[in-house]
Write a new protein. Structure first.
Length: 146
């Protein structure tokens, strides 16, 4: 499959269809540089977590690492299509810069902590914001508007 210019067409090549027609299937996929589907040891069914659509996708695994993704043609939500986040978001899993322990700010500095302490801090701050500003407060923080 040839590479699509995802800058010019972030959602891939259009697949037009008319009134009363079924949305055409188009299976998008992306594998790490130099790999083919024959190199993949197994595919794991999943759904996107990068946005709220829950598009169906399969995760390519090799040597116990994520090495790519492909859309699932039979999925009723996306019919195999994957957006930019779905196609490339998994690459952060293999980044040497990826955090493996939670950090919490203490006296203006980020310090390592345990997961329970980090989650308590997040939940506590959300509760404070909800009490002070109402139900939209945490939504605004989550999307980075605060």
């Amino acid at each position: 499959m040839g590479r699509i210019d995802r800058i010019a067409e972030p959602w891939g090549t259009r697949t037009p269809y008319g009134p009363g027609e079924t949305w055409p299937t188009r299976v998008d996929s992306y594998l790490a540089e130099g790999l083919t589907e024959d190199d993949v040891e197994r595919w794991v069914q999943s759904a996107t977590i990068m946005h709220s659509n829950g598009d169906g996708l399969d995760i390519a695994v090799k040597d116990a690492r994520i090495v790519g993704v492909r859309g699932r043609a039979v999925d009723r939500v996306n019919h195999g299509r994957l957006g930019p986040k779905d196609l490339y978001g998994w690459q952060a899993n293999n980044s040497p810069d990826r955090l493996t322990r939670p950090l919490i700010r203490r006296n203006g500095e980020l310090v390592e902590t345990d997961w329970d302490t980090a989650m308590d801090a997040v939940a506590g701050r959300c509760r404070e914001l909800l009490d002070e500003q109402g139900p939209r407060a945490c939504q605004m923080v989550c999307v980075g508007a605060a």
